[in-house]
Design a protein around this ligand. Structure first.
Ligand SMILES: Nc1ncnc2c1ncn2[C@@H]1O[C@H](COP(=O)(O)OP(=O)(O)O)[C@@H](O)[C@H]1O
Ligand SMILES: [Mg+2]
Length: 409
């Protein structure tokens, strides 16, 4: 059991090596494959390879919300492309640059395979234009270009010209997290006579998320050398998996799904009282019941992940602070510290809690304000609240002592 949970945890923490090797339907070419992105991978691979063979420059613009597998797909593609020794691949994540305006220098250094250069930005740009017209095909990926677009758009536009200068053998791929940028940049690029092909990575559907999760489970089982024979289907109960995938699909960010599965694993670890150092080397893994993870393991995590932030903030407050929030709805007059304190005393009495002194009450109140649930304004200590009765009802729903009071709200 320990081995299984540890291996699952490791697999669900991996960011890049989740790809499998094998035929992905690309015509007998034994290549990397990515679950739920095989179509995109295949399309990109054939486009890049054909340009590479023709030794002609071109450009792409890949856009899609975070967590849709853009980086994973393009990195996998680059790994495949780099097997051809006549082609050069360069990957730069623009977010990693301390100063994005140094991007020309960064690209120049990578193309020259050198660690430093004394050349100015402009000289580097000249250098890039010269290098891309030599005989080697170059595939250059600029990931997370969003920042460049918003602040240094002219740099990006200049770079997008490079694949189209005479004899250029540069294939430029820009990756952005927002589609808005496509609409913002494309007209400007079109005006310059450059129109990169746009590929949109759509948010994952519930079915695709299921496929990705199942794929990681299957890989874990196979890494452990266990004969699958339906074993991987016993890890997460089908209805539980469907519920998880439907929830995550609402925003399409696969990272949420991976994060939730990791938390289920950690909590299972804790609930079974397993010790990290207590290694059971046996791979004969069995568990009681039908499935390792069921709805019981998932529901709390789902609500923690997707409930609104206000409710989360209420849930994490200490009990006296919760009483103060409840007292807001018991305050008859204008909401000030003094009137709230009166209501607070009556609420404490009704739930048989000890009453804090006014000073202590003030301290707890001050500890609530950083959560954004309420503000205290001006000298007359007016209180402004930023939560609703619904938030309070939900936030305190599992606290029995408040049940009667909540029913009256
Ligand atoms: N189709 C997929 N199969 C398996 N894992 C994936 C898939 N798509 C994304 N991931 C994983 O989700 C995380 C986010 O993916 P990433 O490619 O960085 O998204 P993006 O670049 O679109 O923000 C990474 O850990 C990645 O390994
Ligand atoms: Mg990315």
């Amino acid at each position: 059991m320990q081995t299984l949970l540890e291996s699952l945890n490791e697999k669900f923490s991996q960011t890049e090596d989740v790809i499998g090797r094998g035929d992905d339907g690309s015509g007998g070419d034994s290549s990397d494959s990515i679950p739920s992105r095989s179509k995109e991978l295949k399309k990109l691979r054939s486009l890049l390879k054909s340009k590479g063979r023709q030794l002609t420059g071109d450009s792409l613009y890949i856009a899609g919300t975070p967590g849709t597998g853009k980086s994973l797909t393009v990195k996998t593609l680059l790994r495949n492309i780099s097997k051809n020794k006549d082609w050069m691949t360069v990957y730069i994540n623009c977010m990693d640059l301390k100063d994005p305006s140094n991007i020309y220098i960064e690209i120049y250094k990578k193309l020259k395979k050198t660690k430093s250069t004394t050349k100015s930005k402009d000289k580097c740009f000249e250098g890039i234009k010269e290098i891309v017209t030599k005989d080697k095909m170059i595939f250059l990926v600029l990931d997370e270009v969003d920042f460049l677009i918003s602040k240094y758009s002219s740099i990006l536009y200049d770079l997008y010209e490079c694949p189209y200068i005479k004899d250029s053998k540069l294939f430029l791929i820009g990756i952005a997290n927002t589609l808005d940028l496509v609409y913002k940049c494309l007209p400007t690029l079109a005006k310059k006579g450059i129109e990169p092909t746009v590929i949109e990575f759509k948010a994952y559907t519930s079915e695709q998320i299921c496929e990705i999760i199942k794929y990681r489970i299957e890989q874990t089982i196979s890494d452990l050398g266990i004969e699958d024979e339906g074993f991987s289907d016993k890890i997460i109960e089908p209805d539980t998996l469907n519920f998880l995938c439907a929830k995550v699909a609402a925003n399409g960010d696969i990272r949420k799904a991976l994060q939730i599965v990791r938390r289920m694993i950690t909590e299972k670890f804790e609930s079974l009282g397993l010790d990290q150092d207590n290694n059971d080397d046996e791979c004969t893994i069995s568990f009681e019941g039908e499935h390792l993870f069921t709805l019981d393991d998932l529901s709390q995590i789902i609500s923690d992940t997707f409930d609104n932030q206000t409710v989360q903030n209420i849930k994490t407050l200490p009990v006296q602070a919760k009483v103060i929030l409840l007292s807001v709805f018991r305050t008859k007059q204008n909401l000030k510290i003094s009137t709230l304190y009166k209501a607070y005393i009556s609420v404490c009495k009704s739930v048989y809690l000890s009453v804090l002194s006014l000073t202590e009450f003030g301290d707890v109140l001050n500890s609530i304000t950083p959560t954004g649930l309420m503000d205290i304004i001006g000298n007359d200590e007016q209180i402004v609240i930023h939560f609703s009765t619904e938030d309070i009802k939900e936030g305190l729903s599992n606290q029995h002592i408040f049940q009667n009071l909540l029913d009256t709200l």
